[in-house]
Design a protein around this ligand. Structure first.
Ligand code: PLP
Length: 375
């Protein structure tokens, strides 16, 4: 049995440090925000190449508050992709704005930068590119279009801790960037968590207010805010885990390189690391026209896989009112039908990665090729 991921196994490798940090928080009596969270904000902002970190309660809260801090609200449009986790689009709606969906580039699975200009209207306020699977969007053209039209760029970096674009870290590429620490992410809390990084002092100030009921000083509320504060336990745990993230990312990249070698010539499309990118392989995602058969064959071999995401957001019932018809965003729709994520978590051994690759090769070689006598 090869699991997709094993969060308990990862915990056991860092148990002493985590237990010590948890004990320290319990002894401190400070359970929300506080010193541990502030230290984590500084450490993560430095890691992401930005001057401020604002820790919040989830990646979704990070997106919602980043949009509000950037001035997005009713009557505005925000450009993003349909091939993402639903939270990207939900956060735009939560901010009161309308998501305008642009198709993806089928090679990188990120926003097709050649289609952005045509989606801009007088109501456009921001562009929200998603660094899907751990690879950044093509940010230079996005920044150029945004600068030309006076738009804010907000990175959805929920899957891209430590990813780089032309040597610069995810988090330093837009005006604001949003990270998630949901347990399954490359840097995962033991509960919910998120963080916004920015090098803009005004955005940072507004975010600190928004996440804490808009409270400037005790009982003085200067903005209509929210309860979106990070728990001290999560801050302390994330500080421990951040120290291991570089090593875990290296192992993910080694696993990806092993898959790339092992699957060369097999009848699946391997993920492509773009020339501009350092991919951190939150997911190692192949494409196959026979995705469901491949997934079933691997399951029969005891190998867990994932589909990220089987339905693009514009085809979800909850977003039918946006008015996109099937066929409107074809690269996203095709990707949803073809993608399959193989296990790539750092706790897996090289031998397990080889086992998965061998199972993929065997499945695509025998399962649906026409038998030789029929040719
Ligand atoms: C996980 C994720 C989010 C939401 O983060 P939560 O912490 O689960 O709220 C947003 N966008 C993308 C691309 C994600 O993968």
């Amino acid at each position: 049995m090869i699991p997709f991921m094993d969060l308990r196994a990862q915990y056991l490798t860092i148990k002493t440090e985590v237990d010590e940090a948890v004990g320290r928080v319990l002894e401190s009596g400070q359970f929300v925000l506080g010193e541990e969270v502030e230290a984590f904000e500084r450490e993560f902002a430095a890691y992401a190449g930005a001057s401020h970190g604002i820790a919040v309660s989830s990646g979704t809260a990070a997106l919602h508050l980043a949009l509000l801090a950037a001035g997005v609200g009713t009557g505005h449009e925000v450009i993003t992709v349909p091939f993402t986790f639903v939270a990207t689009v939900a956060a735009i709606c939560d901010a009161g704005a309308r998501p305008v969906l642009v198709d993806i580039d089928p090679k990188s699975f990120t926003i097709d930068v050649t289609r952005i200009a045509a989606a801009i209207t007088p109501r456009t306020k921001a562009i929200l590119p998603v660094h899907l699977y751990g690879q950044t969007a093509d940010m230079d053209p996005i920044r150029a279009i945004a600068d030309r039209h006076g738009l804010v760029v907000i990175e959805d970096a929920a899957q891209a801790h430590g990813a780089q674009y032309k040597g610069r870290p995810a988090g330093s590429l837009g005006h604001l960037a949003c990270f998630s620490f949901y347990p399954t992410k490359n840097l995962g809390a033991y509960g919910e968590g998120g963080l916004i990084v920015t090098s803009n002092d005004a955005f940072a100030g507004r975010l600190r207010l928004l996440r804490n009921w808009g409270q400037a000083t005790k009982d003085h509320h200067v903005l209509a805010g929210f309860n979106a504060r990070m728990h001290a336990l999560q801050g302390a745990i994330l500080r421990v885990k951040l120290r291991h993230l570089g090593r875990w990312t290296d192992v993910r990249r080694q696993h990806a390189a092993r898959y790339n070698d092992s699957l060369a010539g097999a009848d699946v499309t391997r993920p492509e690391e773009m020339a501009y990118a350092r991919h951190v392989y939150h997911q190692y995602t192949v494409r196959s026209r026979e995705r469901d058969a491949l997934r079933a064959a691997l399951a029969a071999d005891g190998i867990a896989t994932g589909v990220h995401y089987p339905t693009p957001v514009h085809m979800q019932p909850a977003y039918a009112s946006l008015g996109y018809k099937p066929g409107a965003l074809p690269a996203s729709e095709r990707a949803s039908a073809e993608v399959l994520s193989l296990p790539v978590s750092p706790e897996l051994t090289d031998a397990q990665i080889e086992t998965v690759a061998a199972a993929v090769r065997a499945a695509v070689a025998v399962a649906w090729r026409p038998p030789p006598w029929s040719l």
